[in-house]
Structures are given as structure tokens and as C-alpha cells.
Design a protein around this ligand. Structure first.
Ligand code: UD1
Length: 423
């Protein structure tokens, strides 16, 4: 298993090109199941999760190819004109939880779907009850057998009103992709409002879907009998941008995040500014810099537009080095503090009480061998390594490959001493 070696303590300076958002790309690729015509996506990030989904969609019969100029704009053409299977097997779904999103579109277009119960990051139990209850409300019959979800709607899905018990991102996406081909009108109350959902709505609308309420927690969908192909450029990854913003700040450097969008990061930017970090909008994206010592700021994760849980671990590194104490509360996922023991091994002073972490700032972190446990926890260890004195070796970096495109190259180009070690 590969590892990453970092020799810390160097301020980062330069530009980082932000990739297409993983969490937007996955549902957008799955949306191609809704039409027999080609859907062309550009700015698709080259990540392990995208490769896993490519494999899964190919097994269902989706033809996926890069156009001739594919590499220039990271494009993929997906054609679901000849679907040969509606079964998503355990072997692929267990590697990536987002695979469960094939349920809605398969059910809507073909009247049946069998999907393994998902695995994914080890950050809590992460059930799919809201997805399933919503699909049942649209008329699907669902049973669970041998670890598989069997869903059928032989006479097609019927529009309905449904109140999500929590604003789940995945459930909102699944239900949207089911409702666009259901008969009649569907209203989703308490829907998630993450920018990745807005990106999906834009693409679905370009495919002929009729959806009202974009950016709100109430989505009104008028089902269509058929959707058509389209082209769509995937939004920039706000979590990747946030991670590099913290890399700049925590090393006392200055980095321009090309393609990053301030409106998608409003809450974290407010938090970083309170911490004394300079964040400026530029013509090309965002410029983030920090000169003095970071000040502690309390924060609580919430669904969008609240502070994103996917930036909680990275922001903890900032607070670990801040002046004063910060209380970080995680309300979206249970068990999302697995980075804490690893940060403590690097000299951080953090006390855990259930979903709350009390982070007392220290003057410096020290390099150490640490272990990545999930995607965002892994990026937090990279940030800690960049800020720390001495050498940090992070093992199990396959977690990073799921969500950060060319991380070592991007950081290296800004002056970080970072390398990947084959092993
Ligand atoms: C997505 C993101 C993930 C991010 C998360 C929250 C993708 C591929 N992943 O994950 O990076 O951390 O949003 O912003 O986009 N829940 C239920 N029942 C359900 C569904 C969810 O109880 O049926 C709970 C979950 O256990 C969790 C909370 O709702 O506690 C939020 O989960 P959800 O918004 O669904 O996250 P994902 O879509 O899995």
C-alpha cells in the first residue's frame, strides 16, 4: 500500500487548479441512466471513485468513452441506450456508497433495480432509509434480501408529496432522479440544498426535466415521459478548494485557487476570516493567505448552507495550531472524529466528548507516522503534515485517491516537500 511522505514547515505559494467536484460528478454520471441519448460531461475529475462508478455503469450496459479531445477538458460521453442489467453488485457498491444513487433512475426508466446495501467511508452507520421511504412514496415496492435492495415499479413511478426526515444529500438526488420520469407532480419537502444538487438540477433541466425550487428546500418536479441527451460542465470542487485554502493558511503561505467559487464556501470563508485568514475573490477564483498566528473559532457542522462536515477535519488542523481554544461540533455524522487520535500523535491537544471536540491550540505540530482512516480525515493529516516540524508519513493513502485529484503534484507545485512512496 502506498504512503505519502511530507517534510513540513514550508509556506505554500502559487496557484492550484481546482478539479471538478467528485460529489457532483457521481450523481451526474448516474443521471445518464435516465436517457438513451448521449450525455457529455466535462471537467470530470480523475479519481478512484469515478473509476469505480465507471465500472458499475459499464456493467449495467452504459457505454462510456472519452471524446477525441477528452483529456483537454476531462470529458466523458455516457450512452445508456442499451441497458443490459439493473443489478448493482456488492463488489462495486461496497467500495463506494454513492452507487446507491442508481436506484432512482433505474427504477424510473426500467421499473426495477437491485442494488447492494452500500458501504463507503467508515463515518457512522449511514443508513439509506430516507432514500427507500421516498421511493416507496413514489409507488415503488421495496424488499431487503441477502444484503440487497430489490425495488420494482412495474407500472411506473407516480408523483407524490414527500417530506424527507432529514435533508439527506443522497436521498434528495435519488428522489430527484426518480421523480423526473415519474407520472405527474412530485414535491420534495426538506430537500438538501447543497450546490452539487443545484448542479444536478441544471443538468437534468438541460435534459428536459421540469424542476422548480432550485436552491430551496422544497423541490417541485413535473415528471416527463422521456429525457434527452445534453452536455454539462461539472462545478468546481468546493471541498477540494477548501482543503487547499487551509493548506495555504496553515503553512502561512498564499495560494490562488483557480476556479473556486466564493458563494459555495460562504460559511467556511466567514469562519476562516474570523480566524484571521485573508480570503479574497479574484478574477480567477479565490486567493487565500495568512501571515500571523491563527485565532480560535468555534464551529458546528450543518447541512448546506451551514459549515460542511466534509471540511470539519481539515479545519481542525487550523484550530489545533490556533491561539486559544475552539469547540468543534459535528452534527451531520456520528463517528467523524477518527482523525483526532492521529492529530494527537502529532502533538495536537484535543479532548473528545461525543460529537464535540475541544481543541486547545498549540504552537507547533510535530511530524509522525500516521494512518489515514477515511477520505476527509486523510486530507486533514496531509494538512497537519504540511504544517508540522519534521517528517510525516501517512499510510493507507488510497482514501485520498478517492477524492483528491493529483494531490501530491498540486501541493508540490506550490513548494510543498511531498512525495508518494510506492509500497
Ligand atoms: C453526501 C456526500 C458526503 C457528505 C454528505 C453530507 C456524496 C457522494 N457524498 O453524502 O461527502 O459528507 O453528503 O454533506 O455526495 N441519513 C439517514 N438516512 C438516509 C440518508 C442519510 O439517516 O437515508 C443520515 C446519514 O446517516 C447522515 C446524514 O443523514 O447522518 C447526512 O447524510 P447524507 O446527506 O445522505 O450524506 P450522503 O449523501 O451519504
Amino acid at each position: 500500500m502506498d504512503s505519502i511522505r511530507i517534510r513540513g514547515g514550508r509556506p505554500l505559494h502559487g496557484d492550484v487548479e481546482i478539479s471538478g467536484a467528485k460529489n457532483a460528478a457521481l450523481p451526474l454520471m448516474i443521471a445518464a441512466l435516465l436517457t438513451s441519448e448521449p450525455v457529455t460531461l466535462s471537467r470530470v475529475p480523475k479519481l478512484a471513485d469515478i473509476a469505480t462508478l465507471t465500472k458499475l455503469l459499464s456493467e449495467l450496459g452504459v457505454d462510456i468513452a472519452a471524446p477525441d479531445n477528452g483529456d483537454a477538458d476531462h470529458s466523458l460521453i455516457l450512452r445508456a441506450g442499451n441497458i443490459t442489467s439493473t443489478v448493482a453488485p456488492y463488489e462495486l457498491v461496497r467500495r463506494m456508497r454513492a452507487s446507491v444513487l442508481v436506484l432512482g433512475p433505474l427504477l424510473a426508466r426500467f421499473g426495477e433495480a437491485t442494488v447492494s446495501l452500500p458501504g463507503g467511508c467508515a463515518i457512522g452507520t449511514r443508513p439509506v432509509d430516507i432514500h427507500l421511504a421516498g421511493l416507496e412514496r413514489l409507488g415503488a415496492q421495496i424488499s431487503l434480501e441477502d444484503g440487497y435492495i430489490h425495488a420494482s415499479a412495474p407500472d411506473g413511478l407516480k408523483g407524490a408529496e414527500y417530506h424527507l426526515a432529514a435533508p439527506s444529500v443522497g436521498a434528495t438526488e435519488n428522489l430527484l432522479m426518480a421523480a423526473v420520469l415519474a407520472e405527474g407532480e412530485t414535491v420534495l419537502h426538506n430537500a438538501a440544498r447543497e450546490p452539487e444538487i443545484t448542479d444536478l438540477i441544471h443538468c437534468l433541466s438541460a435534459m428536459g426535466a421540469v424542476i422548480d425550487g432550485t436552491d430551496s428546500d422544497c423541490l417541485r418536479i413535473t415528471g416527463q415521459t422521456k429525457l434527452h441527451g445534453t452536455g454539462h460542465r461539472i462545478m468546481a470542487d468546493r471541498i477540494e478548494a477548501g482543503t487547499y485554502a487551509i493548506a495555504a493558511a496553515v503553512t502561512g503561505g498564499a495560494v490562488e485557487l483557480l476556479g473556486a467559487r466564493a458563494p459555495h464556501l460562504e460559511t467556511p470563508i466567514e469562519c476562516w476570516r474570523q480566524a484571521g485568514i485573508t480570503v479574497e475573490e479574484t478574477a480567477r477564483g479565490l486567493r487565500v493567505s495568512s501571515a500571523g498566528r491563527i485565532q480560535s473559532v468555534n464551529l458546528t457542522t450543518h447541512p448546506y448552507p451551514g459549515f460542511p462536515t466534509d471540511l470539519q477535519a481539515q479545519t481542525m488542523v487550523l484550530m489545533a495550531l490556533a491561539e486559544g481554544s475552539a469547540l468543534i461540533s459535528e452534527t451531520v455524522f456520528e463517528n467523524r472524529f477518527m482523525h483526532v487520535p492521529e492529530l494527537s500523535r502529532m502533538g495536537a491537544d484535543i479532548e473528545l466528548h461525543g460529537g464535540n471536540a475541544l481543541v486547545r491550540g498549540v504552537k507547533a505540530l510535530r511530524g509522525a507516522p500516521v494512518m489515514a482512516t477515511d477520505l476527509r480525515a486523510s486530507s486533514c493529516l496531509v494538512l497537519a503534515g504540511l504544517a508540522a516540524e519534521g517528517e510525516t508519513i501517512i499510510s493507507r493513502v488510497y482514501h485520498l485517491d478517492r477524492g483528491y485529484e493529483r494531490l501530491v503534484d498540486k501541493l508540490g507545485a506550490c513548494g510543498a516537500k511531498i512525495e508518494r512512496l510506492a509500497g
